[in-house]
Each structure stands twice: as structure tokens, then as C-alpha cells.
Design a protein around this ligand. Structure first.
Ligand code: ADP
Ligand code: MG
Length: 266
């Protein structure tokens, strides 16, 4: 996984210190259930933010608002140089601007969502081929480089059914990277894995962090969060309860809700 010649993960990355993600006054309800209530946060270029919180606190909805898989009711979402305001008087983005905006983010889910009828290599080539119209040879070279980066160069010709969960998830990461996103979003990427396969996926995420990829990671791997995060954001009931460096939020939480949540992991 090291010593590869692949270009850095974020060729279009802004210099460190510039905001890559900005969320302001973000609101989302499903029916009369307010799932996100006035969320504000910012992720600078190269930063890694880990989102923690109990089930149902709104973590997945927040990640989905960052690529507009979920359309916010109000507030502002910016990723890279691109963004939208939502709420009264705002027009919803049209399909083309939505598609362009979504290309700013690569998302990795708990379920791997690989195309079962395509090899690992074809899965990674698919986005560049169909969305970006990248020529085959170029898309294949990129895909092979990315598979090497996630330690799977020798599995390129395998179909997903012949890969372990950890391998599938590493292919899913390579596939997301193939679109050269500005930021990567991980939603419990290791929660469906057998325990012995978790480490190989976390190692790839850790490597991306070391290369300067901007990331928002939802995880219940607290030790990993402490290692990888520049900042930890703890959510409950659709609000940010507490945020700061891991040494503060994980090791010395100020809020009772954070302490209570973390006590389940000891
Ligand atoms: P988390 O990821 O922190 O577990 P979610 O963002 O998935 O939380 O969900 C927050 C709340 O929003 C939950 O109560 C969930 O049932 C609800 N919810 C999420 N998506 C939808 C949806 N599409 N329709 C209705 N309710 C939803
Ligand atoms: Mg979730």
C-alpha cells in the first residue's frame, strides 16, 4: 500500500487552512421529525473530522446533505468552491448542477454497493468511463493505480462475490477515489465487516488522511477516531453537542451526553 507512484489523493486540493466543507444553519426534517437542527460546521482542506453520536442522531443524514443525496430544508452547504442555499425563496438546484456538485464528494457506505457483474477493475473504471468519458486506456491505468493503492492490484480481475468484505470495501474506496473527489465521506464503512477485516480498511483510510485527503468519517471505532481525527464532532438528536480535538472530546468530554455515549465503548 505504500511506495506507489500514484499522484496525491487530492490533485485539486486547496492549500491547508482553506475551507473545503462549510455547513451553516443546516436543517432537515422528515415529516414532523426534525433530524438536523441548525448544524454549523467547517472542514478545512486536508482535515479529518470524525462524526460520533448515537444511532438516530442524524449522522447519516448530515453526510447525505453534504452530497445532496438528501436535500436540506434550510441553510447552506458548500463543498470545494461549489454550494447552495436552501430554504424559503431558494430554488432547488437543477439536475446538472446537482450532478456536478455530487462529483465533489466520494462516499463510502456500510454496504459496499459494488456492481456484482463487474470485476474489481471494471468497478473502479466505471465512474470515469461513464460520467467523465475518460478513454478506456486512461481509465484502466487510473483504476490499476488506485487498486494498487488500496493493496488489491492482484485482485483486479476478480468479481465482488470472490472478494472478502474488507477487499470489497477497499474496492469501493478505490472506486470513489477514481472520480477524484475534493472530499471523501465514510458512513460506518467498517460496521458490516467481520472484526478481523476492519483493520485493513481503516489502514486505507488512515493512508488517505496521511496523504492530505479531506474527510468526514462516521465511525464507532473510537480508537481509530482518536488516531485519525483532527476534530471530533459529537451529535445527538440533530444538534452538535460538542466538538474539538480527540484529546478533548474523546478523552475529556465536557458534556454529559458525550460521556454517556462514550461509556458504552469501554
Ligand atoms: P444516524 O446515522 O445518526 O443513525 P440518521 O441520519 O440515519 O441517523 O437518522 C436520523 C433520524 O432520521 C432517524 O430517526 C431516522 O429514522 C430518520 N430518518 C433518516 N432518513 C429518513 C428518511 N428518508 N425518511 C424518514 N426518516 C428518516
Ligand atoms: Mg447512520
Amino acid at each position: 500500500m505504500s511506495g506507489s507512484t500514484v499522484p496525491p489523493a487530492t490533485p485539486r486540493a486547496a492549500p491547508p487552512g482553506q475551507p473545503k466543507i462549510e455547513v451553516a444553519a443546516l436543517r432537515k426534517s422528515f415529516g414532523d421529525h426534525a433530524v438536523l437542527r441548525d448544524i454549523n460546521f467547517r472542514v478545512d482542506a486536508g482535515q479529518v473530522v470524525v462524526l460520533l453520536g448515537p444511532s438516530g442522531s442524524g449522522k447519516s443524514t448530515l453526510l447525505r446533505c453534504l452530497n445532496l443525496l438528501v436535500v436540506p430544508d434550510g441553510g447552506r452547504v458548500r463543498v470545494g468552491g461549489d454550494g447552495f442555499d436552501f430554504g424559503a425563496g431558494q430554488r432547488l438546484p437543477d439536475r446538472r448542477s446537482l450532478a456536478r456538485f455530487r462529483a465533489n464528494t466520494g462516499m463510502v457506505f456500510q454496504q459496499f454497493n459494488l456492481f456484482p457483474h463487474m470485476t474489481a477493475l471494471e468497478n473502479v473504471m466505471e465512474g470515469p468511463r461513464t460520467v467523465r468519458r475518460t478513454p478506456r486506456a486512461e481509465a484502466e491505468a487510473l483504476a490499476r493505480d488506485l487498486l494498487r493503492r488500496v493493496g488489491l492490484e492482484d485482485r483486479a480481475a476478480e468479481y465482488p462475490s470472490r472478494l472478502s468484505g474488507g477487499q470489497k470495501q477497499r474496492v469501493a474506496i478505490a472506486r470513489a477515489l477514481a472520480m477524484r473527489p475534493e472530499v471523501m465521506l465514510f458512513d460506518e464503512a467498517t460496521s458490516a465487516l467481520d472484526p478481523e477485516l476492519v483493520g485493513e480498511v481503516l489502514a486505507v483510510i488512515q493512508q488517505l488522511a496521511a496523504e492530505g485527503m479531506t474527510m468526514v468519517i462516521v465511525t464507532h471505532e473510537i480508537a481509530f477516531a482518536r488516531d485519525v481525527a483532527d476534530r471530533v464532532v459529537f451529535m445527538r438528536d440533530g444538534v452538535v453537542v460538542e466538538e474539538g480535538p480527540p484529546a478533548q472530546v474523546i478523552d475529556a468530554p465536557q458534556q454529559a451526553a458525550t460521556r454517556s455515549f462514550l461509556s458504552h465503548f469501554h
